[in-house]
Design a binder for this molecule. Structure first.
Ligand code: C5P
Length: 254
């Protein structure tokens, strides 16, 4: 497996894991990041993947304020058994996702040049996606989002649920994480967040920045409800592989 630092300047990758959501729709009674998936919490799984994305870098875990101790324990548990030289921080999240990202960015060391922001709610995202995103950010000097094509027919509806039109899905993709940016671009974009946005690419676009795509993975499926958790358990049980779920986007192929 090639590591980023084999082909790029080492020591400069930063990863922000946002895991401060309440996970109400999952109904587990604890924050989603601390829910177990086949014997490990979602947070532990994301920390493991992040630390294997490069030999070294800085990892920021953004955790629910009331659960900072558990987040710290998860970081220590994973770093203890790895010989890697990552530095780490744990910070409190905010009421909205964008505040959580801002809190993470605020403690990112100066030497970091590329930042990946990843949802802890996507615990099986293959490390290959982290590699693809970080590599594309460095090559393109632009924001990068992993995406999947849509397979359902997409309808626009009114507030009563009546269909207004069928949308041309050829122009639509589903955005996943990790989303990657030059650190200075992401910091500049987050200075101007005027409203709650659900991903970092939206913040970058609102700031007038270029955002490009690479192929995402079905394994990066986001856990929202209990059914999503069951689906990922099944994927683990049946060894659905990263290779079989990795796609290439049109932009990545061009
Ligand atoms: O709510 P949603 O599932 O869209 O959240 C996406 C990711 O953002 C999750 O990993 C969640 O923990 C994180 N988040 C956060 N702070 C918030 C809301 C969401 O870190 N206030």
């Amino acid at each position: 497996m090639s590591h980023l630092s084999d082909v790029h300047t080492p020591h400069r990758l930063g990863i922000i894991l946002v895991g401060a959501g309440s996970g109400e729709r999952l109904g587990a009674g604890i924050p989603k990041a601390l829910v177990q998936l086949a014997g490990k919490t979602l947070l532990e799984r994301c920390i493991e993947t992040s630390l294997s994305a490069a030999d070294t870098g800085h990892l920021v875990v953004v955790a629910p304020a009331a659960h900072a101790a558990e987040a710290l324990q998860a970081v220590e548990k994973v770093t203890e058994r790895s010989a890697l030289t990552w530095t780490t921080s744990v910070v409190d999240g905010g009421a909205e996702r964008h505040i959580s990202v801002e809190n993470g960015l605020a403690v990112m060391p100066e030497w970091v040049d590329v930042v990946l922001v990843h949802d802890v709610a996507r615990p099986l995202t293959p490390v290959s996606v982290f590699h693809d995103v970080a590599t594309a950010v460095r090559e393109r000097k632009a924001g990068v989002v992993p995406v999947l094509p849509l397979t359902d027919t997409i309808k626009r509806v009114d507030n009563r649920g009546s269909v207004l039109e069928t949308v041309n899905r050829d122009e639509l993709v589903a955005a996943q994480t990790p989303q990657g940016f030059l650190r200075e671009d992401l910091a500049a974009a987050y200075e101007h967040v005027a409203e709650a946005m659900t991903d970092d690419a939206s913040v970058a676009k609102a700031a007038g920045q270029e955002v490009t795509t690479v192929g995402g993975s079905a394994l990066a499926h986001k856990i929202t409800t209990a059914a999503d958790l069951r689906l990922l358990e099944w994927m683990l049980d049946t060894h659905v592989s990263a290779e079989s779920t990795h796609t290439r986007s049109k932009a990545a192929e061009s």
